[in-house]
Design a binder for this molecule. Sequence first.
Ligand code: ADP
Length: 552
Amino acid sequence: MESLKTFEQLLDEKEELQWKLEEANDTIEAIRNGLVDAIVVNGDKGHRIYSLKTADQTFRFFIEKMNEGAVTLNREGYIIYSNTSFASLVGLPLEKVIGSSFANFIVEECQERYHDIIASAWDEDCKEEFYITNKRGERTCCLVSCNAIEMEDGLSLSLIITDLTSQKETQERLRSQNLQLEEAHERSEQMNDRLEVTVKERTVDLHNSREHFKLLANNITQIAWTNLPNGEVNFYNDRWYEYTGLSFDETMEMGGQSIVHPDDLENTIQKYQQALKSGDIFEIESRFKRYDNTYRWHLNRAVPHRDETGEIVFWIGTATDIDDQKRELERKDEFIGVASHELKTPLTSLKGYLQLMKMQMKNESPLFSTYIAKANIVANKLQHLVDDLLDVSKINAGRLDYLLEEINLRTVIDTCVDYAVHIYHTFSFEIDNKTDFIVKGNSERIEQVLMNLVNNAVKYSTTDKRVIIKTQKIGDDVRVSITDFGIGLSENQKKKIFERFYRVEEKKYLISGLGMGLYISSQIVTTHGGTVGVESELSKGSTFYFDLPLVG
Ligand code: ADP
């Protein structure tokens, strides 16, 4: 049994150990600073000297400062040199690292592999990943590169330890980013596939709809075309080629307008340009030259097709052959002209004879004069109709002309109202505003317009029997309006009532007429440089008006 040491002995031992520790620290410091090239290590086999063959200060300084851990092992795997990076990696002071077995810093599950690698590293340089543990047991994944280096007293193993944590994190991030990229790629491929299918389907749809359109366009009796927003025609249906006798190339070369009658050309081009500019429906009647050089009237119509933003994509146009209807209308107009002339002559004689009879029958039975008066009323109505028919026929022929002079509208209105009061006993006529308004016109024709409007006001009134005639100055014009409180008109009816022979087909009210009065009136006002209009509401009444330019 070992005898107990005395206090003095222990003090001596402590002092010796203290001295050795200081010596060791000095040695380490000296190595680090390049002051010594070799150290003496007390190992299993007694003291041994280790030195670096090629060591120089710069190299050591570099090793000391680098981020990677750098250690040198002796044959037994003990650390004979370590830089501070490795010491901080394992969380120990340098003096505790140096002299330790490197295996102490390798985690348990890597031990076997570590020993194999280290054993072979003496013969061949190698690299391997290991988990290195620090003093708190925390693990760090590191790449350990081993190189055997020649020392003065034999081989040492130099290890460079690279902390792979941030590299691993980067790798992990890269891996997950790659994964995301792959997923995105896969998704985009799927989308591509779907898109391809959709495009294929749409292409088929488009083809079908184009075929459908062509089939439709080529089988209608009208000429049809499509044109771009700039007016350039990019499609004509078969009917165009049949009618014009032109080939596709000829059409493209000469242009569609080459078949328009020279008299209609300017107007047609002007309206077409106007429509292209405004985007409003294009509509005009013009004559088109057929393959046999004869001209036929066509009603041309083009409507714009817009996209969802309202932008015009193209126009669809049709030209309907209305030549037969036009000729029919011309024949009808001619007939009206001739018939009204033919009727006028016997009617004038009839009225003359009635006049004579009235003078001759003074002393005869009172019944005779009643009959004659009634026959006169009927003859006047007939006269009125014939006059209207004659006017219509004159308007059609463009021959509605008359003398214009300065007239006072107030006088014309007074005359009409006097007459109306005389013939429509049950109605009340109110003149709103008795100011003088001078216009350039034909008093007979203006009287005709006024009487037409007053007659209609009476004709289309039911219970409320008031008629108001109003004059007012609007800008440089005077407006004459005739208001009634009768059956009124719908929005749709209002649009058409100034057309020739238009009558409202209303079963509720059976009021006779031929639909000529408003047409003639509007034409008279137009030839006076004025305009006509109407404001009306069904069952509430109407206000018909006309504006004429004031003189001065
Ligand atoms: P008509 O001989 O049929 O009266 P007009 O040309 O004078 O011909 O009028 C055309 C149509 O306009 C009439 O058939 C009628 O339906 C409508 N109309 C004209 N004036 C009025 C009015 N004051 N109130 C309601 N409807 C009217």
